[in-house]
Write a protein that binds this ligand. Structure first.
Ligand SMILES: *[C@@H]1O[C@H](CO)[C@@H](O)[C@H](O)[C@H]1NC(C)=O
Ligand SMILES: *[C@@H]1O[C@H](CO)[C@@H](O)[C@H](O)[C@H]1NC(C)=O
Ligand SMILES: *[C@@H]1O[C@H](CO)[C@@H](O)[C@H](O)[C@H]1NC(C)=O
Ligand SMILES: *[C@@H]1O[C@H](CO)[C@@H](O)[C@H](O)[C@H]1NC(C)=O
Ligand SMILES: *[C@@H]1O[C@H](CO)[C@@H](O)[C@H](O)[C@H]1NC(C)=O
Ligand SMILES: *[C@@H]1O[C@H](CO)[C@@H](O)[C@H](O)[C@H]1NC(C)=O
Length: 443
């Protein structure tokens, strides 16, 4: 049982790594040829559940069912980014980091436990600069219509636009020029990095696909396991807006705003219910109550996601989808729940549409946790029917007939969300070593 303090806001000692980081918006113009979908109701949680049910139907294709035709989405959007470079100066190689579903760019640079889990710090120590983005549609990047704007293709175009801006030195806030750009993805971010390499092979110099395989049959596991809710109803105070009146009113009436969990504990005590820490933990912190109370802050504008932005229900769903029980810090998982991000209906309908092959001619590394659920069905050493590889990530090689090098690596004692496991940074070192061995060392 984790101590109660794990659910209190973290006060971090100022950590001064040898790094310089800044956050800014990158304006992009994109044009994306993509699906035009018939919209189905996704207002309430039962509608959302029905969407997931239809999506998962055996041997059916909900994408095809809802597809009405094709459209070209043209627009100008903002992509929110964190740029970091080593204190010692940049070495003209940069890694562009693209997060997966359920997270934002902070996935790569968690401040938890003095940045013990920071991918960014491992890359900086190896001499690389990093640019982590919120994917188009998510977090502090521009949002859009969840069916017909925020689809995989549009996000790939946005990633490519950011990549070109880096290559051409067109980002005002980035003073160095980068001759070599390495794309590092996690999960859906790996799908998009792969997709970019297939569509624009000249725009990337190296590909690191974490939490990834080309076995698509396990998508239904995670879509079921997420127990999807409407984001704005799941964390009404953080994902919704002032129209989510119910919980907002409770919070304001009872003065719970400083620390909602402690506030609830006090409120219950006043009503004669004296909960022990364990009870608070079991009833408030590991259940949907945690999500309902997350994010109250009068002075900060909440994300205001429209209906059609969906999210996994709670901590148990997070564990099923992303974590290997016993090998992660529950306090960190709670941070993940507090900072989680949604997935759109359009993303789910298009996640499987990446080209089957990539003509990319540089080095490719796949790194997947051994019990990854969405890409390995919980066992990366399993055998997929009709393949002859000894494990699932190795099967990705077939998609890269022209790669200068291909390696796959299974990170032990780790689930899909590699970053959240105790041994995360050792796995990250494997990545930097691979790059150094294949002509992309930073020094
Ligand atoms: C499902 O339908 C879409 C749209 O027609 C198509 O692009 C996709 O390849 C299909 N998926 C499968 C697994 O057949
Ligand atoms: C991008 O952000 C800037 C600064 O907040 C804002 O002025 C601009 O309207 C935004 N552009 C788009 C397309 O949202
Ligand atoms: C998004 O912007 C808000 C307000 O500026 C900030 O508090 C938050 O940390 C940002 N989140 C990300 C993921 O950039
Ligand atoms: C709300 O956000 C503001 C600005 O980030 C911060 O100063 C304040 O402490 C926050 N309040 C609560 C109750 O978290
Ligand atoms: C709040 O969200 C609802 C549902 O998406 C939307 O209809 C409404 O316009 C939003 N209100 C504001 C002030 O943005
Ligand atoms: C930690 O990760 C490294 C790199 O993948 C691996 O060699 C080592 O066996 C891992 N240790 C544990 C205890 O999982």
């Amino acid at each position: 049982m984790a101590p109660l303090k794990a659910i209190l806001p973290l006060v971090l000692a100022g950590f001064s790594a040898a790094r310089q980081c800044s956050n800014f918006l990158i304006p992009v113009d994109i044009s994306s040829r993509q699906g035009q979908f018939r919209k189905v109701p996704v207002e309430g949680n039962l509608d959302v559940g029905a969407f997931a049910t239809r999506f998962n139907e055996f041997q059916k294709n909900y994408t095809a069912t809802l597809l009405e035709g094709y459209q070209t989405l043209v627009g100008s959007y903002n992509i929110s980014a964190q740029y970091c470079r080593p204190d010692s100066g940049s070495k003209n190689k940069i890694q562009i980091l693209t997060h997966g579903i359920g997270f934002d760019k902070t996935y790569w640079d968690l401040d938890y436990d003095n940045y013990k889990y920071s991918y960014v710090n491992v890359a900086l120590n190896a001499g690389y600069s990093t640019l982590a983005i919120d994917r188009f549609g998510i977090g502090n990047s521009s949002h859009g219509d969840p069916f017909n704007e925020i689809q995989a293709q549009a996000e790939v175009e946005a990633l490519n636009a950011v990549t070109l801006a880096v290559r051409n030195g067109h980002i005002r806030e980035i003073d160095s020029s980068y001759k070599k750009v390495i794309h590092v993805g996690h999960s859906f971010g790996s799908v998009q990095s792969y997709w970019l390499s297939a569509k624009y092979p000249k725009n990337t110099d190296g590909l690191i696909l974490t939490g990834y395989s080309t076995a698509g049959q396990f998508l239904a596991y995670i879509v079921a396991g997420w127990n999807l809710h409407s984001a704005r109803l799941n964390q009404p105070l953080r994902f919704g807006n002032a129209s989510n009146v119910v919980f907002r009113t409770v919070v304001e009436r009872h003065g719970l705003s400083n620390n909602i969990v402690q506030g609830l504990q006090k409120l219950l005590m006043a009503a004669g219910v004296d909960l022990t820490s364990d009870e608070v933990w079991n009833e408030l912190a590991t259940t949907e109550v945690l999500d309902l109370t997350t994010g109250y802050n009068k002075s900060v504008i909440s994300y205001n996601y429209p209906s059609g932005y969906l999210t996994h229900s709670d901590l148990t769903a997070l564990q099923y989808a992303f974590l290997q029980p016993g090998n992660y810090d529950v306090g960190l998982a709670l941070v993940a729940e507090h900072t989680k991000q949604p997935v759109t209906t359009g993303e789910l309908l298009t996640i499987g549409n990446a080209p089957k092959m990539s003509p990319f001619t540089g080095p490719v590394l796949v790194v997947t946790g051994e019990t990854d659920v969405p890409f390995c069905g919980g066992n990366c050493y399993g055998q997929v029917m009709g393949t002859s590889t000894s494990n699932i990530p190795e099967g990705v090689a077939k998609a890269f007939p022209s790669a200068s090098a291909f390696e796959s690596y299974i990170q032990p004692n780790t689930g899909h969300g590699l970053n959240f496991h105790y041994n995360a940074t050792a796995g990250y070192q494997v990545i930097q070593d691979f790059l150094a061995r294949h002509g992309l060392a930073a020094q």
